[in-house]
Each structure stands twice: as structure tokens, then as C-alpha cells.
Design a protein around this ligand. Structure first.
Ligand code: SF4
Length: 413
């Protein structure tokens, strides 16, 4: 699946890029300003072959233009059927789920899956299957009850000192297990007026010291829109840290341009939480995008959802965590899959998640071990889970189990 580093050639992408021209996202109408960027970006042999086969008339520079990637994304059975063989199950699911969680796949991500078989981990991430049409009675469209914690549109204020700010419902590719599958890709867009109401809300609550900008995917907005949002939040004195949650380096690494980085750098301390689910996502292009962000000085963390037959083994999870560290991304959270409609085929038991953590702790660097959490159904917030390392706990001592299953006693005074 992975293009080898030796297969990689470097292409130079230059141009007068302007605000994202997608009509599906709120930054699409932002002021157009000339862009003078010259970012060395990678095109693997795999991507080059895909481009040659399916976009024979496109100049190579187009591939590294993120707006070209967005404009040429695959959104229907007809479009996707032109580049890959789809199963009956996939065809049926794509057609029947377009009003719930639509399909959208960038040409870059399509180049990673177009010759795969059904069941391939990356293919399952973006192409629906009929299992999504079956809803278990524990599943609901807003499993974390975000609507209940939303004082104004776009803001979720669940914890005392921080808020989630969803600035767009648009993503360059839609993950089939997305917690916000009830809202991303939908017509009920978040607009400029909603942003203004959100800024006012954050400004009116001095206890908010941390703002997580999420979506949708915020990095699908234009540089100008991001600059505006970040400048408004940074101007609020009590906000200390700002975070951006994004899957862009995985599905659209071309978006990580020099111009984007110089826009974001003005707002340090700015943390970036990236979303990965499988080691095969760490292609040379993706790793290079992460490195550009790390060089920009942004602390990078990763969030991963535990998914059946995708990453539910110690071996796959360990490889993912190791490859993230090599890309300078620190594993942060491993999430138990949320109870969204049609997610049964993706979900594992909590016990399996604990076994994976048990298989990591002691067997690899502590930096490679994410915190395993359940985001409590009904809006209880994130609850961390650990395998049971405490055998006995009295007023005098605690009996502890190490990673080899050996017992040790520590006094309580
Ligand atoms: S990128 Fe994030 S918000 Fe968008 S579909 Fe995937 S998980 Fe959901």
C-alpha cells in the first residue's frame, strides 16, 4: 500500500492560489488575494501513475493544488465507478447514504485505494458498505448529545474551561465512522453570522482558556478565513491555547502549504490534533505534510478511533503509533468508536481496546501509547480507561501488577 520513499519524486508547486473555491464550505466566498508560495511537495510514483491514468490532460502541478484536489473529488457512484471496481454492496450503500453521510474522496486518497479489494482498511474509511444501513438500538445520530451542550450554533461547551468550535461542516473526505456524521456534509452550514455569535460567546465567558477549532475539517477553509477566525479568537484575552483538529495531512496533504503555515504561525501557542487510523495512511506525502507542520512549531498530536478489522490488533496499532512518532506526531487519544447509526460493523468491545493498551504498555516507548478513552454516550465526556494494574489497595499498601504480570508492593505512607 505504501509508496516507498525511493519511489518519490519531488515536484514544485507554485501559483496564485486563492481562497478555497469549493462552494460547499464557508470560506469559499472570502476575498481573493494573490498567493506567492513555493512549496516543495511530493508526488509518489503511485500518485503519478494514478494521475497519468485518470487525469491524462492535467499538468503535474495540478496534483499539488489543494483546490484542484477538492474540485476533482469523487462524490458519486458514476465518478468513482470510472476509476475502480465497486461491489454491489458498495454501490447500494453509496446511493442510499447520500442524504445521511455523503461520500467524498480526494483524488490523492483515491490514488491509495483505487486498486484495492473490499475490506482494505483505507477503502473502508471512505467507501460505505450496506452494514451502515443497519442501526443497532444503542446507536443514535448525536451520541455525545452535543446539541444539549451547544449554547450557540457551532459551539459545544461541555467542560468547564474549554469549548469546541465547529467552524465548518465540510471535509475533503468523509470518514464512515464520523461522530458528527449527523452534521458533516449536510446543508445546514455554519456561516459567518454563526462565527460572530461564537466569538461573542467565547468572549463573554472568562473561564474559557482553550478553544478547539474543529468541524468538519477547519483546514478546508481558505487561508483568509482561517486567519480571520484565529485573529478573532486570539484577540480574546482569556483564551490561552488554541487547537485545530484536522485529518487534512491524511486525505489532502497538498493543503499544507508554506502560506498556510505562515498564516497559522501568527497564532502560537497553536496545537494541531491530527486524525489517523491506519499505518498505511502515513505515505511519504502525508509524512512530509506532518513534517512541514512540525517545522512550523505546532505541537502535533494524533487521535485514532479503534475500528474492527482496521486497527484492532496490537501489531497494527503499534505500527501506527511508531510511524506517527517517526513523523513527529505524538499519539494522544485512542477512542472507543462512538455509537453513531450504522457503526456496529466498525465497533469492537471495550475489552479489546484494553487488551491493545495492555499489549503496548511496557512493550514500547511510553510516547507511543495513547490514552484509551470512551466518550460517554449521552454527553458524559471522555473517560480514560486502563487495564487493571492494581491488585489490592489498602490504607497500608498498594499491590501493583507490571507489564509482565509480576506483582509489586508500594507502601501508602
Ligand atoms: S475528517 Fe473528522 S469531521 Fe470529517 S468526516 Fe472524518 S472524522 Fe468526521
Amino acid at each position: 500500500m505504501n509508496a516507498d520513499n525511493n519511489e518519490v519524486s519531488a515536484l514544485r508547486s507554485e501559483g496564485g492560489l486563492v481562497g478555497c473555491s469549493s462552494d460547499e464550505e464557508p470560506g469559499g466566498g472570502t476575498k481573493k488575494i494573490p498567493q506567492n508560495e513555493s512549496t516543495e511537495q511530493l508526488v509518489s510514483n503511485r500518485s503519478a501513475e494514478f494521475l497519468r491514468r485518470h487525469f491524462p490532460l492535467a499538468p503535474p502541478g495540478d496534483w499539488n493544488d489543494w483546490k484542484w484536489q477538492l474540485k476533482n473529488s469523487y462524490r458519486s457512484v458514476e465518478e468513482l465507478g470510472r476509476i475502480m471496481e465497486l461491489t454491489e454492496e458498495e454501490l447500494h450503500a453509496i446511493d442510499n447514504l447520500r442524504n445521511r453521510l455523503p461520500m467524498r474522496i480526494t483524488p490523492y486518497f483515491a490514488s491509495l485505494i483505487y486498486d484495492t479489494k473490499p475490506g482494505d482498511p483505507l477503502r473502508r474509511n471512505v467507501i460505505p458498505v450496506v452494514d451502515e444501513l443497519f442501526q443497532h438500538n444503542s446507536e443514535e445520530s448525536d451520541p455525545l448529545h452535543e446539541a444539549k451542550f451547544s449554547p450557540v450554533k457551532g459551539i459545544v461547551h461541555r467542560y468547564p474551561d474549554r469549548v469546541l468550535f465547529t467552524v465548518t461542516q465540510f471535509c475533503s473526505s468523509y470518514c464512515r465512522y464520523c461522530t458528527r456524521s449527523h452534521s458533516v456534509g449536510q446543508l445546514d452550514k455554519i456561516n459567518r453570522k454563526d462565527w460572530e455569535n461564537a466569538f461573542s460567546y467565547i468572549a463573554s465567558r472568562p473561564e474559557i482558556r482553550d478553544v478547539l477549532i474543529s468541524g468538519g475539517d477547519p483546514l478546508t477553509l481558505s487561508d483568509e478565513a482561517l486567519d480571520y477566525i484565529l485573529s478573532r479568537i486570539r484577540a480574546i484575552k482569556h483564551v490561552q491555547m488554541i487547537r485545530i483538529g484536522s485529518r487534512i495531512p491524511v486525505v489532502l496533504p497538498q493543503r499544507i502549504t508554506a502560506r498556510l503555515i505562515s498564516t497559522l504561525r501568527k497564532y502560537h501557542p497553536l496545537f494541531i490534533s491530527l486524525h489517523f487510523m491506519h499505518p498505511d495512511e502515513l505515505t511519504p506525502e502525508c509524512v512530509a505534510a506532518c513534517e512541514r507542520l512540525a517545522d512550523g512549531g505546532f505541537p502535533l498530536g494524533s487521535q485514532t478511533v479503534l475500528l474492527r478489522n482496521i486497527n484492532d490488533s496490537v501489531e497494527v496499532m503499534k505500527e501506527l503509533m511508531h510511524r506517527l512518532l517517526m513523523a513527529r506526531v505524538r499519539p494522544y487519544y485512542l477512542y472507543q468508536c462512538d455509537l453513531i447509526p450504522g457503526s456496529t460493523h466498525f465497533r469492537t468491545s471495550v475489552r479489546e481496546g484494553l487488551e491493545i493498551i495492555k499489549g503496548l504498555r511496557g512493550f514500547t516507548s511510553g510516547y507511543a501509547i495513547p490514552t484509551f478513552v470512551v466518550d460517554a454516550p449521552g454527553g458524559g465526556g471522555k473517560i480514560p480507561l486502563l487495564p487493571n494494574y492494581v491488585v489490592e489497595h489498602t490504607d497500608e499498601h498498594v499491590v501493583l501488577l507490571n507489564y509482565k504480570g509480576e506483582e509489586f508492593v508500594y507502601p501508602e505512607i
